[in-house]
Structure formats: structure tokens, C-alpha cells
Ligand binder design. Structure first.
Ligand code: ADP
Ligand code: MG
Ligand code: MG
Length: 542
């Protein structure tokens, strides 16, 4: 068993803080044997406005990384976002224009283009046998210091493999456990059980999957989890499987795309998907009601063309896809940008004659609230008049830039306040601030269309926290027995709000289901937990 790395703990910790951190380490270590691969970390956070690092970290004050009003605002918007992205996924013409390989981003981005072509071929074959789509979404936000106020701004909207729901529930449980067991948390009147909200993400996401399963209508069918080989996020996924089995009596089956190339087949007349796993004890083949993709969001999931064939076979099946190809394409960064263009969001949120909606929501009334969560975005290949006009307001030399589209020129000039994003998921793909000019110099003209420029969300500084991170064990093994290293850092947090939507026929069945907080040091631009930038965190409602 590993010991704690006390040598790295800041010397100014009070005994109570030390106790809280020791408990955090114990809790993580207890989980680590069962659920958390050694590369994962959890933070116990002590927000403070003190930036003088020589001062001892004071007890929690009124300041905090994520005020409760922002969490309520994100919760309030989630249903509107659920319906918005359901409608985007149903708008074939819009997706062809924005993401397609003939007119849209798929021309410049091979991965997007291949997915789109596969989808188009299936459409051309006839009406899909399964009209329903399931989305397990996560809308991500950070706090932006706009003029004199803080505002909640959207980082991105995930429609595929939205992860860390169950593990964020565990992070919240850890903080409640520490609250119950240490005197440190009594140091602030705000640290009470009431202020540590329950996080029911696991049950909410499993409910979404179970709704799809019910809609499919075959009680004994199973839910297929499509996972990556040597899946590192397995313990985030397992809790969903357990919940499906224990609360809904639905079995799951886990397969990689490589497994499915052998195990999956479609009934020629009904297109029902069955999985056959040869084993003397296995009662397979299983019929599949719902396909939950925790893989196939990144090109490395498709090491050869046959992997795409398997993905398209699944798409053709009668099972409900989470997400379907159009819903995956709807989550593209380019769609996020296209929605910001004048009138586009308002068209999608129109109440009049709209087919895919829910009577419970006056969507039009929320359009302004949704827009208020967006930062400025544009395409690098944009020739739009408003981009050209913005360029005219800047002192531009313009020399040697005559053939460069206004979108790219504007990105170069505003680089210090921008991030560039390609059509990718999973972290580590963006280009930030100072790195932008050199990146643009090297970017072939025909690839510009694959990228969007987005204004950086400028989160206020001055909140510090203790990040409990895994550090490789001295034995060098990767079996969860890693030392936990505590690092004090100035931190910023990213809030994710989960929701689900089952749509495609009649009203959209949807709801918001819970949250994720990821916290990282302010020096890091990126934010993923699995990618090693952030640690899991939770919220205090004060
Ligand atoms: P991915 O789909 O790969 O997760 P994101 O758009 O979420 O891509 O970007 C990755 C990370 O980069 C985010 O988690 C966030 O920390 C940071 N980031 C992205 N966009 C912005 C932005 N506009 N302002 C500040 N940080 C951002
Ligand atoms: Mg993403
Ligand atoms: Mg992200």
C-alpha cells in the first residue's frame, strides 16, 4: 500500500486542513481500489480571495469558484438545450450545410466527412427503421468576468460520450463524507450538509438509457456500451451499468468496435441488432435495444476503414442510438459556431409549427438566455460582412493578407484573447492565445474551414484550492496503489450540466439530471480530467 506524500504538502496547513486532506486521500484511496484508475484525481477545494500565498489558507469565505446562482442558471437552461440539440439533429438540411462533406466542414475534416458520408448513404437507402434518437448531453460552462459582472458562459455542448457523471457524483459524496467526519468544515458557517447538494447524475443518465430501452419495447433486450479498447474510463461507465441493472432490471453488454466487427449482426427483415459472444456459459445472442457510444468520437477509434463499416452497421440497426450519427454531428464545434449567427438559434427555438419540442417549454422565451451564455465565435474561413466589419475597426496592416479570409485575419489579430478549435472531442486538440499566429502560418488554406475561433472565457482569479492528484507509485505499478500528492494552486472551475433527450417521434422526452465540476490550475488552458489537466470537484451552495 502506498503512503501519502507528506513532503509535498504546503507547510502552512492547519491541523484541521491536514485532517480534511488526509480524509480526502483516504476516501480516494478507498475508491481507487475499486473505481478510480491511478491517473484520476479529486480536489478538495478551499476557495479564498486571498492571493498572498505566504498567508495561511484562511477558512472558506463568502467567495467561491462557482456561485449557486450560476448552477441554478445552468440547470434552468438545460431543458432548452436538450430540445435545441434534438431539433438540430433532426434538421438534415442544416447539418448537411454545416457539417457535410459537400458543402460544410466535412470537406476540410476527413473524420467529420467520413461520418457524414456514412449517414448520407444510410439516408439514401430509405427511411431509417428507428425514428428515435437518444442524447445524453453535457453542457459545459465557465465563469466570465464581463465588465463588472460575472456571467456563465458556455465552453461547449457535448452530444457524444459525455463522461464523468457517475464519478462527479462520487466526488460530491466524498466532500459530504469529509464534512461528516472532520472539524475543518466547521470552520465556516457555510459548510453545512444543506449546502452540499446531492448529485443524482448516475440515476438521471441511467433513466435516459432506460427510457430508450422501454421505447424500443423488448423487455429482455440489452443495452450495448460501445467502449474503447483498454478503456480508462471504465469506472465512470460501470456505475451506469449497475444502476441499469439494479433500478431498471436492464442488462448491459460491453463491446469495442473491433469486438462488434465479429459479434454484431442485423436481422435482414427487421434490422434488429444482435450480439453473439461465443462462450459455453453465455446465453447470447442478445438483442440490443439501445447503443450507448462511449467510443467512436475520435479518429483514433477508427484505425482502419472497416471500423467505420461497423459503426455504420450499428447506425442502420433498429436499436436506438445514443447518439445517432446526426446527433453526433450536431455536437460539432462548427454547429456551436453556426448557431451564434444571426437568427439561427431563434429559428431553432421557434414555438410556431415546430415539430420536435415539448409543450412544457416556451422555447422562444428562452432564446435570449441561451444567447447570453455564448462567447463570440466565427469560422476561420468566414467571409461574413460582420467579420469584415470587425476587421475594419482594428489597426490592420493587411500586407500579405490579401488572399486570407477575414475570419483568419481577425483570429490572428485577436489571438491573445482567443482559442481555436477543430472538430474534435476528448481534450488536447485546441490552440490557445500566443500559439495561434504560428499555428495559422502553418495551417494549409484548405484546412481553415475545419476550425472555429472562439473568444476565451476570462475566469476571475484569486480562488485557491488543494488539488489531490495521483503521483506514480514508487513501485511503478498502475494498479491504483499510487501515492496521492497534494498541490496547492490558484484554481478555476468548469461546470458541466447533464441532461437527456429521447426524440424523433412526438414530443421530446427530456430532463436535466445533474452536474460535474472540474477544477484546474489557472496556468492550464485545457480542462479534461482523463487528459490529466483537471481534477474532479463538487459545489458548495453559499
Ligand atoms: P473538448 O471537446 O475537447 O473537451 P473543449 O471545447 O471543451 O473541447 O475545450 C477543452 C478545454 O479548453 C475546456 O475544458 C476548457 O477548459 C478550455 N476551453 C475551451 N474553450 C474555452 C474558452 N472559450 N475559454 C476558456 N477556456 C476554454
Ligand atoms: Mg467535448
Ligand atoms: Mg470539453
Amino acid at each position: 500500500m502506498a503512503s501519502f506524500n507528506f513532503a509535498t504538502w504546503p507547510p502552512q496547513l492547519t491541523p484541521e486542513q491536514l485532517e480534511a486532506l488526509t480524509l480526502a486521500c483516504n476516501y480516494i484511496r478507498a475508491l481507487a481500489w475499486i473505481i478510480i484508475p491511478s491517473t484520476f484525481s479529486i480536489t478538495i477545494q478551499y476557495p479564498t480571495t486571498h492571493t498572498n500565498h505566504r498567508d495561511p489558507c484562511p477558512p472558506l469565505t463568502h467567495s467561491r469558484a462557482l456561485p449557486p446562482c450560476t448552477i441554478q442558471a445552468a440547470r434552468g437552461l438545460q431543458s432548452v438545450y436538450n430540445v435545441l440539440y434534438s431539433r438540430v439533429a433532426m434538421d438534415t438540411q442544416f447539418l448537411d450545410t454545416v457539417m457535410g462533406a459537400e458543402e460544410g466542414v466535412g470537406k476540410a475534416d476527413e473524420f467529420t466527412g467520413t461520418l457524414w458520408r456514412g449517414w448520407k448513404k444510410i439516408r439514401e437507402h430509405g427511411v431509417p427503421v428507428q425514428p428515435l434518437h437518444l442524447g445524453l448531453f453535457r453542457s459545459d460552462y465557465m465563469l466570465h468576468a464581463a465588465e463588472d459582472r460575472l456571467a456563465l458562459k458556455q465552453v461547449e455542448f457535448n452530444t457524444i460520450s459525455s463522461s464523468f457523471g457517475p464519478l462527479s457524483e462520487r466526488a460530491a459524496a466524498m466532500h459530504r463524507n469529509i464534512l461528516a467526519s472532520t472539524s475543518y468544515f466547521s470552520a465556516s458557517p457555510h459548510l453545512t450538509a444543506d449546502n452540499f447538494p446531492e448529485n443524482g447524475t448516475t440515476s438521471g443518465l441511467a433513466e435516459g438509457l432506460s427510457k430508450a430501452h422501454e421505447a424500443y419495447g423488448v423487455r429482455d433486450a440489452r443495452i450495448l456500451f460501445v467502449v474503447q479498447p483498454n478503456e480508462r474510463n471504465v469506472f465512470d461507465q460501470r456505475w451506469l451499468e449497475y444502476e441499469l441493472l439494479e433500478k431498471h432490471q436492464i442488462h448491459a453488454v460491453r463491446q469495442t468496435l473491433a469486438d462488434l466487427a465479429v459479434s454484431a449482426s442485423l436481422d435482414p427483415s427487421t434490422q434488429a441488432l444482435t450480439i453473439t459472444i461465443p462462450s459455453p456459459t453465455n446465453p447470447s445472442p442478445y438483442e440490443i435495444s439501445t447503443i450507448y457510444f462511449r467510443a467512436s468520437y475520435t479518429p483514433s477509434d477508427f484505425p482502419s476503414p472497416s471500423y467505420y463499416d461497423t459503426r455504420f452497421l450499428l447506425e442502420r440497426s433498429r436499436a436506438i442510438k445514443c447518439p445517432s450519427l446526426p446527433l453526433q454531428l450536431a455536437g460539432g464545434k462548427k454547429v456551436q459556431e453556426a448557431l451564434t449567427r444571426p437568427g439561427v438559434l431563434e429559428r431553432f427555438l421557434s414555438n410556431k409549427g415546430a415539430k420536435w419540442g415539448t409543450r412544457a417549454l416556451d422555447l422562444t422565451a428562452h432564446a435570449a438566455d441561451i444567447r447570453a451564455t455564448w462567447m463570440g465565435m466565427w469560422a476561420l474561413d468566414s467571409e461574413d460582412a460582420d467579420i469584415a466589419a470587425a476587421l475594419n475597426h482594428l489597426p490592420v496592416s493587411g500586407q500579405g493578407q490579401e488572399n486570407v479570409p477575414p475570419g483568419t485575419r481577425l483570429a490572428r489579430l485577436k489571438a491573445p484573447s482567443l482559442v481555436l478549435k477543430p472538430q474534435r472531442e476528448g481534450g488536447g486538440n485546441n490552440v490557445y492565445r500566443k500559439a495561434i499566429p504560428a499555428f495559422l502560418d502553418a495551417l494549409p488554406a484548405e484546412e481553415r474551414e475545419a476550425w472555429i475561433a472562439m473568444e476565451m472565457i476570462e475566469t476571475p482569479r484569486g480562488v485557491s484550492g488543494y488539488l489531490v492528484r495521483a503521483s506514480p507509485s514508487s513501485s511503478g505499478t498502475d494498479n491504483g496503489s499510487t501515492e496521492k500528492k497534494v498541490v496547492r494552486a490558484e484554481v478555476i472551475s468548469e461546470l458541466g450540466f447533464f441532461g437527456y433527450a429521447l426524440f424523433g417521434v412526438g414530443e421530446v422526452v427530456e430532463r436535466e439530471v445533474g452536474w460535474l465540476v472540474r477544477t484546474k490550475g489557472t496556468e492550464s488552458n485545457e480542462g479534461g480530467v482523463a487528459a490529466g489537466f483537471s481534477v474532479l470537484d463538487s459545489v458548495v451552495l453559499v
